[in-house]
Ligand binder design. Structure first.
Ligand code: B12
Length: 368
């Protein structure tokens, strides 16, 4: 099977771009990946440190792998208008149906078609232990920006990646040269200063990490940086000049369904119903306790704004409800949000983290 035939199969199965890299003896970026782990930049994502060998060596995925197909699906849409009031923003990648399902389904079909043609393969998207961006760079899907995103000149960084290894010697693509130049807008624009240096993200400070992956309350000094981000964060992409004029793809499954979340409703919805409402979307990964924590952090950030002043009663009703939640992290976030609204704080809490938050809020003048 030649490259044209493989490419046609990938397109027929819903991937809008196909690029190819040769699989060589050296794993791309092994040293940079190790430095990142040793610096602890993966925060509590312990799974990033597991399966190192698998992540770096394609032959552990597919014996005899010779080429990597780097597939992508654009997901950008214009952000629907701001509904105002007590609402929070969801990152673009999460506006539609869960891309793990969508891309995973297409990958399975593609691999079945390859199999029918006698070509064994291995394929993965996101959670598979593989450095997708290193392969995307090698295959010329785009260049890697200082924000660490793969950016395709003229086509933004708003796309999902997936990688398939095949034992075929396919004609490879040339890598795309650097297009960041001297621009550092993503580094200076990051509200929590999560980039210790260009091309390196410290998840410990990243709003995306905190809102999606972390189980605990973010440290006080990062909370203001959440702004209105209630799930994920796009600031390092939004400020990027390569993302200013994106096209809207017409993928029905990726149309914006929940670009904004009503904060009080998110907090007041019972957990089991929140699970039902988020199933099939990327928001499900956050679990109700994290979504509610995030909504409370954003509420706290809105306390001194016009929306916060106008919506104070509704906000405080939601906050008081959250103070009775089973999960300590939700109660801790509620204590902080309540203090931000000058809504009073509980006298005590059996959980040590919540109790520490109560002491901290009692000692700190509201608003700080
Ligand atoms: C863990 C993870 C996260 C973590 C950590 C992010 C990170 N930067 O590592 C968190 C939760 C924070 C996260 C956030 C997001 N993620 Co994420 N994430 C991943 C995951 C699972 C692994 C990433 C990884 O391997 N990190 C390890 C570090 C070491 O890799 P790296 O950041 O790419 O670093 C490389 C460069 O620094 C390079 N390098 C070093 N020095 C130099 C110097 C130069 C000049 C160059 C060019 C390169 C270079 O070497 C390093 C190793 O390859 C991938 C899927 C996958 N399996 O690959 C998705 C993935 C990267 N995420 C994705 C998305 C969409 C996001 C968000 C935009 C979601 C959001 N809106 O909230 C944000 C973006 C934040 C950001 N700026 O990265 C997409 C990115 C698509 C794209 N166009 O690039 C991916 C590929 C998922 C997918 N299948 O589509 N993510």
């Amino acid at each position: 099977m030649d490259r044209a035939a493989v490419e046609a199969l990938a397109r027929a199965n819903g991937f809008d771009r196909v690029r190819v890299a040769r699989v060589g003896p050296e794993a791309p970026d092994a040293a940079a990946f190790d430095r990142w782990l040793h610096a602890g930049h993966h925060a509590t994502m312990g799974w990033m440190a597991q399966h190192r060998e698998a992540r770096l060596d394609p032959s552990t995925r597919l014996a005899g792998a010779r080429s990597a197909l780097v597939l992508s699906i654009a997901h950008h849409h214009r952000r629907p208008p701001d509904p105002g009031g007590l609402t929070g923003m969801v990152a673009r990648y999460a506006w539609g149906r869960d891309y793990h399902n969508l891309v995973g389904r297409r990958l399975r079909k593609l691999r079945r078609a390859l199999d029918d043609a006698g070509v064994p393969s291995w394929g993965g998207v996101d959670s598979a232990p593989i450095l997708e961006r290193a392969w995307a760079r090698a295959a010329g899907t785009g260049f890697q920006g200082k924000n660490t995103l793969i950016i395709s000149p003229g086509r933004t960084s708003y796309f999902f990646l997936a990688v398939v290894f095949v034992p075929l010697d396919l004609a490879p693509d040339a890598p795309v040269g650097d297009h960041c130049g001297r621009c550092t807008q993503c580094i200076s624009g990051c509200p929590t200063r999560a980039f210790p240096s260009p091309w390196v993200l410290d998840a410990n400070r990243c709003v995306s990490y905190w809102t999606i992956e972390a189980d605990t309350m973010p440290p006080p000094e990062l909370r203001a940086g959440f702004g209105r981000w209630v799930f994920g964060c796009d600031v390092c992409q939004e400020v990027c000049p390569h993302n200013h004029h994106p096209d809207d793809p017409d993928e029905d499954d990726l149309l914006p369904r929940h670009a904004w979340l009503d904060l009080a409703a998110t907090i007041l919805t019972p957990d089991d119903q929140l699970v039902l409402r988020t199933t099939g979307t990327p928001l499900r990964r956050a679990a109700p306790r994290r979504l509610k924590r995030n909504a409370l952090v954003v509420l706290g950030n809105l306390a001194r704004t016009e929306a916060g002043l106008l919506g104070r009663d509704a906000a405080l009703a939601a906050v008081r409800h959250a103070l009775t939640h089973d999960a300590p992290v939700v109660r801790q976030a509620a204590v902080w949000a309540s203090a931000r609204f000058d809504g009073g704080i509980p006298a005590s809490d059996p959980d040590p983290h919540v109790a520490a938050e109560i002491r901290r809020c009692a000692d700190t003048p509201p608003g700080l």
